[in-house]
Structures are given as C-alpha cells and as structure tokens.
Write a protein that binds this ligand. Structure first.
Ligand code: ARG
Length: 466
C-alpha cells in the first residue's frame, strides 16, 4: 500500500487509497497554480487565530516564516509536490507541519471546503483585473487601427450583402462598444467574487470564535467603502460556484464577440473582399500550396470560443444535480475555470497584437465603397425631403435600381429623364446624392457613421482607453 497522507487520513483510515484511486482523485496536477493564494489565505487565517488566542505570537511567527520559505521554494521550482497529498492545500499544509510544529494548528476552524472556495475567489479576482486590462489594450488597438485608417470607407453589410457605406473606424468601434460591456459585466462579476467564504468550515462554520471580518479585511475582501465582505450562509459558501459560472458566462460572451471580430477579419483578408492585409507574422502558410497566406490567428480566435462556451456548459452541468453541500464533483470546476481564463486572456492579447499589425487596402476599400447602390437609401431620403411618403420613395428607388440593372449601368449613371420617368419629384440636384463624402457628412445622429460623429467617437474612445 501507498504512503498515507499525514493530513486528512490520519486516524480514521487503516491504509492509504489505492494507486488508481489516488490518480483519479488528485488535483495537484492542476490546482497547484493556486499556491500563492492558498498561502496568502493561510497567513490571514493564522493572523486571525493569533488574535483570538488560538496561536501564540511565537507560533504565528513560525507559521508565517514557514509559509514564506515554502512560497520561495515553490517560486524557485524547488518544492516537491506530492501527488499522494491530493491537492495544493494538503501539500502546503503537510510541508509546513513537517517543518514547523505549530503548523498542526493552522487548520483550526478551517476546512478544505472553505479553503478551496477562498483560493478560487482570490485567484479569480486577480485574473479579472488582468483580463480587464487586456481588454482595454485590445480596445485601444481597435481605436488606433480606426485612427490610422480614419478616411477609409467600406460598405456596411446586412445579410452579408452590401447595404450602406460606413467608415472602417465605425465598424471597428462597434467592437470597442461590445468589449466595453464585456468589461462592465466582469466588473459586476468581480463584486460577487469579492466575498470571503473563510469561516464557513466544512459546511457549518465553527464553534470557535473566529473573526471572519478580520480575515476578509486582511485579504482585501472589502467593498468600495472599505467594509469587509463575508458570505452570509456557510452551506451556500462551500457548495456554490455561481461566481465561477458568472465569470465563465461573461467570458463566453466576450469570446463570442472576439469570434465575430475574427470572422470579419477573416472575410476582409480574403481575396474576395481584400479590405485588409494582416502582417506575415500573424498568418501562416500552407504545407502544400505555396501561394497560401492563412489567417490562422483569427481562425483560432473564432475556434477557441467553442471551448469557452463548452466550459460554461460543463460548469452549469456540474452544479445542477449536486445535493447540499460540498461534493467532490466540485473539484472539476477548476480546469474549466482555468481554461476559460487562459483562453480568453490569450485570445484578447493575440487579437490586439494582430490588429497592431494589420492595415487597410485603401484602394480595394475605395472601390467597394464607391458602389453607388450603397446610397439607394439616400436617394429615397432625397424624395422624402421633396415631400414623398417614404414607402412611395422606397418603391420608386427600387424601380430605379431595376431600371439601372436592365440598362447595365450603375444607379448613379441614370440620367435625369430616366429618374423622372419613374418619379417626377426628381430634380437636377438628385445627382448630388451620390457624392460619397457629402453622404457621410449627412449622417449626423448620435451613433451614426457620419464624418463628425465617428471623429467624436474615436476621440472619446482614445481618451477612455489611454
Ligand atoms: N481538491 C478539492 C477541490 O478542489 C479541495 C476540497 C476537498 N475537500 C474535501 N472534502 N475532499 O474541491
């Protein structure tokens, strides 16, 4: 039989778990990345135990020093992780106890159930802050791309059919807005992650007079006014992972936004659109076709949304049938959460870097945007200005589009008599409608792709993403 764990199996068990069981149940292979947070949590807990008289000052000092030494060893890669000690919590506690006798008092009033909930909240808090910073950098990259190519106009699409002209910057700023809401959602999620579960014990708190607020305060679980935030129900605190679900849900939506952006970039970099050129460093070749330059980074941005969505579904499924309170199933939360964080953070970073190395093919954009059919709606608006009801104007212009098609020429080449053959309200000024520059200047509503408005939005976002 294998060596038994000195921490959890002492007393009750005659032997350690079978090797296959140990392998099946271990989490050290993936939860060791929580070590920093586990140690921070233990230090705060020990400090509190000292304050309520469960540790002497000397014992506290020994524990803190012991934990510091362990942290240093882990940092330097010298710490010996032991799979038979199951997880990060027991590895660190066992190492401490083998060096410092007072280590045996560290777990006073604590369970791995509130400990693991604490570690995950501490870890996720940090990751949310890091992700938000990266989102801001991506927003800046989008704004800078729009700024570099501020004069570039492209067709805007619905149903992937050419619709109306827009500035490339306007299109890019649409994603800046989506990302702003993603970041807001993460901020709201942060507030619910930022609540301290320690003191909930295994499920029913403790008979010892723990000072939960002190621990919360030491670990920065405080609201905007500095008041400590602690969970209000011990059973809830050890058994729910809604904070992780909430994060994964916001992350899934972020991944979907990134996936849509990726799809636009992929389309635009195709020969069919040819609106942009992605720098060689962010594309790959084909092992067979020498001419190929593939947008693999963008494709993986799109593809990786699948696993992020999958992780969310896995977490929800994991939770849905669990009886109260802690069940070992919950150990399966970590890889899904870790993978989500790693995937979205890398995707956001790579996307920003790729955009910094992407430029517009101005000539191709100009050619596409000069399709006069894009201004058919403007022509209808012209008739509205002349007093025609919009439905009639829409009908008349539709007829003109058909006429132009029949005559084999673009809409803006119809002569005044041809225009007037369909609708008498057309005057000599009708041809001015097709001046693209003037058409963009006309779009003055808030949120519209007009020249002034896009300028204003670019300036606003430049300030906000500085
Ligand atoms: N490794 C466990 C997890 O990730 C820690 C909590 C274990 N608690 C227990 N009662 N076995 O959930």
């Amino acid at each position: 039989m294998k060596k038994t764990s000195p921490v959890s199996r002492s007393g009750r068990f005659a032997s350690g778990p079978a090797t296959a069981v140990a392998q099946f149940t271990e989490s050290i292979s993936f939860d060791r990345r929580l070590w920093r947070h586990d140690i921070a949590g233990s230090m705060a807990h020990a400090t509190m135990l000292r304050k309520i008289g469960c540790l002497t000052q000397r014992e506290l000092r020994a524990i803190i020093q012991g934990l510091d030494a362990i942290a240093k060893e882990i940092q330097q890669g010298k710490f010996r992780w032991q799979a038979e000690l199951e997880d990060v919590h027991m590895n660190i506690e066992a190492a401490l106890t083998s060096r410092v006798p007072a280590g045996a008092k560290l777990h006073t009033g604590r369970s791995r159930n509130d400990q693991v909930a604490l570690d995950m909240r501490l870890w996720l808090r940090e990751q949310i802050v890091g992700l938000q910073k990266e989102i801001r950098l991506l927003q800046r990259a989008l704004v800078e791309f729009g700024e570099r190519e501020r004069a570039v106009v492209i067709p805007g699409y619905t149903h992937l059919q050419r619709a109306q002209p827009v500035y490339l910057a306007h299109h890019l700023l649409a994603y800046v807005e989506m990302l702003a809401r993603d970041s807001q959602r993460l901020q709201e999620c942060f507030a619910r992650v930022n609540v301290c579960p320690l003191g909930s014990g295994a499920l029913a708190g403790s008979t010892l007079p723990l000072d939960r607020e002190l621990v919360a305060d030491l670990l920065g679980f405080v609201d905007a006014r500095g008041r400590p935030q602690v969970t209000q129900n011990s059973m809830d605190a050890v058994s729910d992972r809604d904070f992780a679900v909430e994060f994964c849900s916001s992350a899934a939506l972020l991944a979907v936004h990134l996936s849509r952006l990726a799809e636009d970039l992929i389309l635009w970099s195709s020969s069919e659109f040819n609106f942009i050129r992605i720098a060689d460093a962010y594309t790959t070749g084909s092992s067979l076709m020498p001419q190929k330059k593939n947008p693999d980074v963008a494709e993986l941005m799109r593809g990786k949304s699948g696993r992020v969505i999958g992780n969310l579904v896995a977490l929800l499924t994991l939770l849905k049938g669990l009886p109260m309170t802690y069940n070992r199933d919950l150990q399966e939360d970590k890889e899904r959460l870790f993978d989500t964080v790693d995937t979205v953070r890398a995707t956001v970073r790579l996307c920003a870097a790729m955009l910094q190395n992407t430029m517009a093919n101005r000539d191709a954009c100009r050619a596409a945007a000069s399709d006069s059919a894009l201004l058919a709606t403007d022509l209808a608006d012209y008739l509205v200005q002349k007093g025609l009801p919009f439905r009639q104007a829409h009908h008349a212009v539709g007829a003109l589009v058909a006429l132009a098609e029949r005559l084999g020429k673009p809409l803006n080449r119809l002569t005044l008599p041809e225009l007037r053959s369909v609708e008498k309200k057309f005057g000599a000024d009708a041809s001015k409608v097709f001046d693209l520059k003037a058409a963009l200047a006309r779009r003055q509503l808030t949120g519209a792709p007009g020249t002034k408005e896009v300028r204003k939005q670019l300036d606003r976002w430049k300030k906000l993403t500085r």
